[in-house]
Design a protein around this ligand. Structure first.
Ligand code: ACO
Length: 336
C-alpha cells in the first residue's frame, strides 16, 4: 500500500505588489530586497479575504485536477481535511480546516489545523498519512497563510519578506507498492523541532501567555516578530541536515533526486545550503521571486507549479524540505 499524491492545486490572491510598490511607502529599494532575499514581488489578500478563502480555492484547484468539472462531487470522497497554517481566520477555533470542509460540503470527514509554521505542510502530510494508515482512504492536505495581515508594516526588516497563498494536495492510500521496484508515494519523512528557539520567530501577543488586559490600549495589530539573523543560522543548518539525513537514511545520493521543493524564506538560505552540500542551485524548484515567503503555502504551491510544469514524471523521486517558527524543520521523499 502506498500513500500517493493524486492531484495538486494552488491559489494566490489577485493583488500583486512589487518591491518598487513597497519602496513608494517605506524606506527600502528593489535592489536591497532582491539582493538580500531574491524576492521581486508578492501577492496580498484583499481586505475581505482570509486564509480559509485561499485554502478553499487551492482545494478546488486540486479537486478539479482530480475530477475535471466535478470538483465538489470529488470532495465527497475526502475522509480527512488537514490544514497547516500560522494565520488562521480565528485564533483557537474554529479551525481553517472546518471552514474549508463546510464550504466544500464535505460530509463525514475529520478536519483540523496543524501549527508548525513554514514546516506545516510537511507536518500536515505526515499527520494525514498516519490517519490513512489507520483505515481512512483519502485526505485533503492544505498549506495556507495570509501573513501580510499579521506583519508589522513599520518593520522593513520583516514586512518585505512575506506574501499570501495556499497550496493543496489530495493524498490517497493506493494499492501501489511502497517498497522495492515500482514503489510510489511518500517513502520517508523527517519531522524535527527545537523549541529553545521559539522566541526568535513568534506572535507574542493575544494568546494565553500575554492576553490583552481590560483597559489596555492596543497601539497596533498583533504582528509577528522575527530575529532574522538567528532564524537564518538555524535555517541553513536545519535545511542541510534534513537533506543529508533523508539521503543517508534512504541510502541514496543527490543524483537520485530529480528536484528539491524547498520552503523559500530567502534565496540566500538555499544558496548557502547548496554550497555546503556541494550541488547546483538548479536542484531546487524556486518561485520566491514571484511570491516571497508564503509560509505553510510555499511548499505545496511550488509542488503544484512543478507538477504542472511538465518536468515531473511518474516514477521521479523528489524531496521537500522546510523550516520555520517553533522552531521546526521537516522534509520528505516522494516517488511521484
Ligand atoms: N530595505 C532596506 N534596508 C533594509 C531592509 C529593507 N527592507 N531591511 C533591513 N535593512 C537594512 C537594516 O536596517 C540594516 O541596516 P544597517 O546596517 O544600517 O543597520 C541592513 O539592511 C542589514 O540588515 P540585516 O538585518 O543585517 O540584513 P540581513 O542581511 O541579515 O538580511 C533578512 C535580513 C533578509 C531578514 C535575513 O536575516 C533572513 O532572511 N533571515 C531568515 C528569515 C527567515 O528564514 N525567516 C523564516 C520565516 S518563516 C516562518 O516561520 C514565518
Amino acid at each position: 500500500m502506498a500513500l500517493e499524491i493524486l492531484a495538486t492545486g494552488h491559489y494566490v490572491p489577485a493583488r500583486r505588489v512589487t518591491n518598487d510598490d513597497l519602496a513608494k511607502t517605506m524606506d527600502t529599494t528593489d535592489e536591497w530586497i532582491r539582493s538580500h532575499t531574491g524576492i521581486g514581488s508578492r501577492h496580498m489578500a484583499a481586505e475581505d479575504e482570509a486564509t480559509s478563502d485561499l485554502a478553499y480555492e487551492a482545494a478546488i484547484a486540486a479537486l478539479e485536477q482530480l475530477a475535471p468539472g466535478k470538483a465538489l462531487e470529488a470532495a465527497q470522497t475526502i475522509d480527512i481535511v488537514v490544514v497547516g497554517t500560522s494565520s488562521p481566520d480565528y485564533y483557537g477555533f474554529p479551525s481553517v480546516a472546518c471552514i474549508v470542509q463546510d464550504r466544500l460540503g464535505i460530509k463525514n470527514a475529520g478536519a483540523f489545523d496543524v501549527i508548525a509554521a513554514c514546516s506545516g505542510f510537511v507536518y500536515s502530510l505526515e499527520a494525514a498519512a498516519g490517519m490513512l494508515n489507520q483505515g481512512r482512504k483519502r485526505a485533503l492536505v492544505i498549506g495556507a497563510d495570509v501573513l501580510t495581515k499579521i506583519t508589522d508594516w513599520t518593520d522593513r526588516g520583516t514586512c518585505v519578506l512575506f506574501g499570501d497563498a495556499a497550496g493543496a494536495a489530495i493524498l490517497e492510500k493506493t494499492d501501489a507498492p511502497s517498497t522495492g521496484a515500482g514503489r510510489r508515494g511518500i517513502i520517508r519523512t523527517i519531522l524535527g523541532s527545537d523549541g529553545s528557539g521559539a522566541k526568535e520567530l513568534m506572535c507574542e501577543r493575544g494568546g494565553t501567555r500575554n492576553p490583552f488586559k481590560k483597559g489596555e490600549t492596543i497601539e497596533k495589530p498583533i504582528t509577528l516578530y522575527m530575529n532574522g539573523r538567528a532564524v537564518y543560522n538555524f535555517a541553513v543548518k536545519a535545511f542541510t541536515d534534513t537533506i543529508e539525513n533523508l539521503l543517508e537514511a534512504e541510502g541514496i545520493t543527490m543524483a537520485d533526486v530529480k528536484k528539491i521543493i524547498p520552503h523559500q524564506a530567502n534565496m540566500r538560505i538555499i544558496q548557502a545550503a547548496a554550497k555546503r552540500l556541494g550541488f547546483s542551485e538548479d536542484k531546487f524548484f524556486m518561485n520566491i521571486e514571484k511570491y516571497a515567503n508564503t509560509s505553510n503555502a510555499t511548499i505545496p504551491v511550488a509542488l503544484d507549479e512543478y507538477a504542472r510544469s511538465g518536468d515531473l514524471e511518474r516514477g521521479d523521486l523528489i524531496m521537500t524540505v522546510g523550516f520555520g517558527g517553533g522552531l521546526t524543520y521537516a522534509g520528505n521523499l516522494i516517488v511521484w
